[in-house]
Design a protein around this ligand. Structure first.
Ligand code: GLA
Length: 382
């Protein structure tokens, strides 16, 4: 386990009995929009995280304070309900899971601070949910396993944030391992770590600085379109439960080509295969082959799944012209957020300055970039 420090911003809230939990954001190398189709994903936890201080208080009241928003909320446990769009909803959603599943829930005082950029596709919301779930599990002595906590955090996102997300983000936050990626089977939740060895390459994220308000509603629409595709395929192949069980041939046979649902299903099935072969590339050290798959994923997400935007496309198309960027694609739910890029270390600086100028000129926005280190998942740091 790595050593993680208590952030300065939280120090003033710490007393002897305070527990502090760190829970990271995530990247995903490949396998996008596959988790809720029972496919595979390849995420890793990163060096940007959410931190909560927590202590139990007598009674049944929650005292929540966000350092980032400089705002406090006080609420009775019996009165909690979703407040979509507000930072507290993720915390309340997790508290609600504990009310439903743990035997006894008491009042608590919780302060939260994080350095996962919001709306950048690095799963700041999952980091919050997992930090809170891990912290409550500890103070209530509830005994849930990491897998159970991941599922509770995901349920909180469904019920309190209204996003019918898959399990990838919460799983990555809770199960991250320093310098390793996680190959997760989202159907069985079986997983396997393997070291990410990039040699003279590094992972860099380019942040479009675009956060589309469409993201959550369109996300849920994509999920419904995949389910609609499965229903069509089931008419002929009743054994099929999810897109994971289908092949491109089945899709061609059961759905009219050119149909939106056809395009969505085609992307997902191809992406599940890309991940399988992509893992082989990584394990053999064939980074070039892996990088090509990332570009193919971006093409699919942009043209068939239609969750990209002009800024994401611009960033990917730009770096694709450079020999030193061996792979790039949009990452996460889409409609904004970051691209993930595998870039030759020695070229990063030059490329960043060049791209910053070009992005401002062509897209009218400041470009941010983050160098990524892969870190451990959720843990108690005090
Ligand atoms: C969001 C969701 C995840 C996953 C990705 C797309 O991050 O929370 O469950 O579906 O989008 O791969």
């Amino acid at each position: 386990m790595g050593e993680y420090r208590v952030p300065e911003q939280l120090k003033k809230f710490v007393t002897e009995k305070t527990i502090i939990v760190r829970s990271p954001g995530r990247i995903n190398l490949i396998g996008e929009h596959t988790d809720y189709n029972d496919g595979f994903v390849l995420p890793a936890a990163i060096d940007k995280a959410v931190y909560v201080t927590i202590e139990q208080v007598p009674g049944t009241k929650l005292f929540l304070h966000s350092v980032d928003f400089n705002e406090s909320v006080e609420i009775e446990l019996t009165a909690i309900k979703p407040v979509p769009g507000h930072w507290s909803t993720y915390i309340l959603g997790v508290a609600d899971q504990f009310v439903q599943k743990a035997k006894q829930v008491s009042g608590f005082k919780l302060n939260i601070y994080g350095d996962v950029p919001l709306g950048a596709g690095l799963s700041s919301s999952a980091a919050v949910e997992c930090a809170v779930a891990f912290a409550l599990n500890k103070i209530l002595n509830a005994g849930f396993s990491r897998k159970e906590l991941a599922l509770m955090a995901q349920a909180a996102e469904h019920t309190y944030a209204g996003v019918k997300c898959g399990i990838m983000d919460q799983f990555a936050s809770l199960f991250g391992k320093k310098d390793n990626v996680i190959r997760l089977d989202c159907r069985s939740l079986d997983y396997e770590y393997f070291p990410l060895e990039l040699n003279e390459y590094v992972v860099v994220l380019f942040d479009t600085q675009v956060k589309h308000s469409l993201a959550s509603s369109e996300y849920n629409v994509r999920r419904e379109q995949c389910e609609a595709g499965v229903a069509l395929i089931q008419q002929k192949y009743p054994q099929v439960k999810n897109l994971r069980d289908t092949t491109i041939e089945m899709i061609k046979e059961c759905i009219s080509p050119g149909d939106i649902v056809y395009n969505r299903c085609k992307y997902v099935v191809e992406e599940i295969t890309r991940l399988q072969t992509g893992c082989g590339d990584l394990q053999r050290g064939d980074l070039m082959a892996f990088g090509q798959k990332m570009y193919a994923t971006h093409h699919g997400l942009s043209k068939y799944y239609e969750v990209s935007c002009k800024e994401l496309d611009y960033l990917v198309e730009y770096v694709q012209q450079s020999r030193d960027v061996i792979g790039a694609r949009m990452m996460g739910g889409g409609f904004g957020g970051c691209t993930i890029n595998i870039i030759k270390k020695s070229s990063v600086e030059g490329l960043v300055s060049e791209l910053t100028v070009a992005y401002l000129e062509n897209m009218g926005k400041e470009l941010k970039h983050y160098m990524v280190n892969i870190e451990d998942g959720t843990s108690i740091i005090k």
